[in-house]
Design a protein around this ligand. Structure first.
Ligand SMILES: NC(=O)c1ccc[n+]([C@@H]2O[C@H](COP(=O)([O-])OP(=O)(O)OC[C@H]3O[C@@H](n4cnc5c(N)ncnc54)[C@H](OP(=O)(O)O)[C@@H]3O)[C@@H](O)[C@H]2O)c1
Length: 329
């Protein structure tokens, strides 16, 4: 039987998501990769237990995470049932709908039909009565925002979601969504977007002012650029890495080489800050005022244990920022 580490809340810091009352840990764990049916369940369990033991209360899923699609929710559900049920009120579990999940016109995007059905499927796979946050995963060019917003609000009314959010929306559509949600008095509190040292435009140039004005929190995904912003690829491409694993089509070996020069230069700056590159890359995200939490992935517990120590140095001097900007230019 799993008994959570008693000191878990002494180690982590929590930030409020926008102007809502919901606090999220500075580091949250995403189950997009490494929690599928190809990944040993014993390793999944070790990562989840270890994460919770270090004060990581937030676990992020989506209908299509795996692989195959759905497997991450199913595996999380199994471990939740065996280990975490007594801790449900200490956990923030999120899921999403929007990417392709099942055949036919209702298996993706943002119609009311698709969102309600997908959330019901997710709850079943995870064995939960409700999720804490339910997201619309990507903007839908065909469905009116009003319909998607109403579907999310219906989940709230039915008690299937406590809060709602959106992901991958640009500033203009986020603003429109916020206006609709306000009319509905919806608990719309969070936006999930890609943000890391190599991918900055969406948050810095477009979303940041909208999030501030609307009182929305930001949770940033792929803050380590899927592992590029770590020491993982400094000496070649390891066989067990995301870039090498053929069953993960989201990072290829070809994407690694062109970034190596920058990665090495950033590594030097991190060393001078007495940090690893991963720790510096995460601290860089938390520098953004809008950012409530950074949403990392991990293929082993030791990665999370390293990453969480970013909290030892979250500040950047003007000189460090200038050096980093020079590398990223
Ligand atoms: N809303 C969306 O559209 C969307 C899209 C993508 C992701 N997400 C969410 O964001 C979460 C995180 O995304 P991500 O997995 O791309 O994030 P990431 O944190 O940028 O990358 C995670 C990968 O980096 C490597 N890594 C992590 N910590 C490390 C460390 N300390 N040292 C060395 N390597 C380390 C591992 O690679 P190896 O596997 O090679 O060891 C790990 O699998 C997802 O699980 C999901 O919840 C959302």
């Amino acid at each position: 039987m799993y008994i959570a580490e008693e000191t878990r809340y002494e180690k982590m810091e929590y930030r409020q998501s926008g102007r809502s009352g919901l606090k999220l840990p500075l580091l949250s764990l995403g189950l997009w990769q490494n929690f599928g049916d190809y990944d040993p369940i014993s390793n999944q369990r070790e990562i989840l237990r270890g994460a919770f033991d270090m004060g990581i209360t937030h676990f992020d899923l989506a209908n299509n995470y795996g692989g195959p699609a759905g497997a991450a929710e199913k595996n999380f559900g199994r471990i939740f049932k065996e280990d975490f049920r007594p801790y449900r009120d200490e956990m923030i579990i999120s899921s999403k709908a929007g990417y392709h999940m099942w055949e036919g016109p209702y298996g993706e995007w943002g119609s009311r039909k698709s969102i309600i059905a997908s959330c019901d499927q997710s709850l079943k796979r995870m064995g939960l009565d409700y999720v804490d946050i339910f997201y619309h995963h990507r903007p839908d060019p065909d469905t009116p925002l009003e319909e998607t917003a109403e579907a999310l609000m219906q989940l709230v009314r039915q008690g299937k979601a406590l809060y709602v959010g959106i992901s991958n929306y640009n500033g203009e559509d986020t603003k429109k969504m916020a206006e609709i949600m306000r009319r509905k008095e919806a608990p719309f509190i969070i936006h999930q977007m890609r943000y890391n040292m190599f991918s900055r435009e969406l948050l810095e140039d477009d979303l940041a002012p909208v999030l501030e004005e609307e009182g929305l929190g930001a949770i940033t995904f792929s803050p380590l650029a899927q592992g590029l912003l770590t020491n993982r690829y400094l000496h070649g491409i390891p066989e067990d890495s995301r870039a090498h694993r053929k069953e993960i089509p989201f990072l290829s070996e070809e994407q690694v080489t062109p970034t190596l020069q920058k990665i090495n230069a950033l590594q030097e700056i991190a060393e001078a800050r007495d940090q690893t590159l991963a720790q510096m890359a995460l601290a860089w995200n938390l520098r953004q005022k809008a950012v409530t939490s950074v949403l990392v992935g991990a293929s082993r517990l030791s990665q999370l244990q390293e990453s969480v120590r970013m909290m030892d140095n979250l500040e950047f001097s003007a000189e460090e920022v200038a050096k980093i900007e020079q590398v990223l230019k």
